[in-house]
Design a protein around this ligand. Structure first.
Ligand SMILES: [Zn+2]
Length: 151
């Protein structure tokens, strides 16, 4: 039996233990496909006895801890594996950040950040299901699904 579910990569990042169904959402939300690096995605992979998970391998790409922690918005169970020369050189769990700076545009079209050059800041609030993000400027709270990245 071949235990390898997705082929190994030489250098890059493996995002593992993504809840099944969230892998594609993470690819879109973080625009992972736009930098031209090869990406391998595994969906509904076996995980543990009965579970399933998604997995994303991004070659030649390193996430900062800050970037990786943003993944916790969709996948609080995710682990980050940093790969060099086919070896795992670091591995950690993502942690929901307290705030997310600059990368997100406010979904409120009346928000001042959409009309004046301003760096956005959203406070992360844990709720029953998906976390919510509260804009520092207009003070409205939004589900994470409402966001699209700047640019
Ligand atoms: Zn706002």
């Amino acid at each position: 039996m071949n235990k390898l579910q997705v082929e190994a990569i030489e250098h890059g990042t493996v995002i593992d233990h993504i809840p099944a169904g969230m892998g594609v959402r993470i690819l879109k939300f973080f625009q992972l496909t736009t930098n031209g690096e090869r990406i391998t995605v595994g969906l509904n992979l076996r995980s543990g006895e009965n579970g399933t998970k998604d997995l994303i391998k991004v070659e030649n790409t390193t996430f900062t801890k800050e970037q990786a922690d943003q993944l916790a918005l969709f996948a609080s169970s995710a682990t980050i594996n940093q790969i060099a020369n086919f070896e795992v050189i670091s591995k950690y769990h993502v942690e929901l950040p307290e705030a997310i700076d600059e990368v997100l545009a406010c979904p409120n079209s009346n928000c001042i950040t959409n009309h004046q050059p301003a760096k956005t800041r959203f406070y992360v609030k844990q709720s029953d299901q998906a976390p919510k993000l509260k804009c520092q400027y207009c003070e409205k709270s939004f589900n994470v699904e409402l966001f699209s990245e700047l640019n």
